[in-house]
Design a protein around this ligand. Structure first.
Ligand SMILES: [Zn+2]
Length: 80
């Protein structure tokens, strides 16, 4: 995320390409667990979205400094 409201692409997007976004970058309610299963088709898909996904070390590495500002702050507090 570029800021609290703006999502940016991590790579170039081809014309007509379907785009997806990982809820982990903005879902900050730690009690949230999706009632639906994700079918995005990504090799990284976790099927179930939760408000604690941002805590996963592999996601913190993948989206470093690109979470929502609130989650970036939470991660920075954990790491210092
Ligand atoms: Zn998915």
């Amino acid at each position: 995320m570029k800021d609290a409201f703006t999502i940016t692409a991590m790579r170039d997007i081809k014309i007509g390409e379907e785009i997806t976004a990982d809820y982990a970058i903005w879902e900050a309610d730690e009690n949230y667990i999706s009632k639906w299963e994700c079918n995005c088709g990504s090799a990284f898909c976790r099927q179930r979205v939760t408000g604690k996904d941002w805590r996963l070390p592999e996601l913190q590495a993948r989206y470093k400094n690109h979470f929502s500002p609130l989650i970036n702050k939470r991660i920075n507090k954990l790491n210092y």
